[in-house]
Design a protein around this ligand. Structure first.
Ligand code: AMP
Length: 268
């Protein structure tokens, strides 16, 4: 690629859906060329079984990327990225302590490490991340800032199904009735946000209760966490004050889903 060409980069774990494609389209608009990587990163899975059962369909992914007119696809092997005796990792400290970080030890260390390696290889001017994985986005922004990487991180809005469920590669594991229950996550986040906006200074415990009550869960489903945090620091708020982020992880049967909703000072 030419020296002064600006590369836009979209790192993924494959099993591409319209959420990924929205990042790719944005990158295509804003850069001279777009690189997409597909790598199911073993370092970020805290359960071996989850890693092994992660859905992979490279052929379908490549055909989708061809249709989008992506300039280059990077498909590294495990051995290429983690040769024997690999010893160096990147740990973003404070931001990874709460939310998903509290339940998935080592997850964000795996994410930051692989993303830094991919950045070094691809050398992008911009990289695109989804707000669906809000904590991940913040961790990458922090790493880029703290390590002086000359890369602009572009945050992209969450793409959803008509019923509000955030698109995720994990959604394919849901049965029809599980999908229906899963769609109550975003619907409930929205109603909790509306309540919070019309009741400033309400206690987070009452929002948590509203969240639990609003969800349409069955036996075997459970809330892993529901938190109200400051959108920049991800520290827990005790009383509602804009801006705030509602963030949740919910198990629908054997599938773990995450979602969030950001309320800014002037959000309607
Ligand atoms: P993944 O393949 O799950 O690692 O995701 C790759 C990128 O796509 C990450 O930056 C995700 O945040 C983003 N992404 C995943 N799902 C969505 C979605 N529903 N809307 C927007 N971006 C998404």
């Amino acid at each position: 690629m030419g020296r002064n060409k600006r590369i836009g980069f979209v790192p993924t774990m494959g099993d591409l859906h319209a959420g990924h494609l929205s990042l790719i389209r944005r990158s295509k608009k804003e850069n001279d060329s777009t690189v997409v990587s597909i790598f199911v990163n073993p370092l970020q899975f805290n359960q071996k079984k989850d890693y092994q059962s992660y859905h992979r369909d490279t052929r379908a992914d490549l055909s989708a990327l061809r249709k989008e007119g992506v300039d280059m696809v990077f498909l590294p092997s495990d051995q290429e990225l983690y040769p024997d005796r690999f010893q160096t990792t990147v740990n973003v400290e404070g931001l990874t302590q709460g939310l998903c970080g509290a339940f998935r030890p080592g997850h964000f260390r795996g994410v930051a490490t692989v993303v830094l390696k991919l950045f070094q290889i691809v050398q992008p001017a911009r990289a695109y991340f989804g707000q669906k994985d809000y904590q991940q986005l913040k961790v990458i922004e922090k790493m880029v800032h703290d390590l002086n990487l000359p890369i602009e991180i572009v945050a992209c809005p969450t793409v959803r199904e008509k019923d509000g469920l955030a698109l995720s590669s994990r959604n394919r594991r849901l049965s029809i009735s599980e999908h229906k229950r899963a769609s109550s996550i975003y619907a409930t986040l929205r109603s909790v946000a509306l309540f919070a906006q019309s009741h400033p200074a309400s206690a987070v415990t009452s929002l948590r209760q509203l969240f639990y009550e609003g969800l349409d869960l069955s036996k075997g489903d459970r809330v892993e966490y529901f938190e109200v945090v400051h959108p920049d620091t991800l520290t827990t708020l005790k009383k509602i004050q804009t801006p705030f982020l509602l963030a949740a992880a919910v198990w629908i049967g054997k599938t773990r889903l995450i979602d969030n909703l950001l309320v800014n000072r002037n959000s309607k």
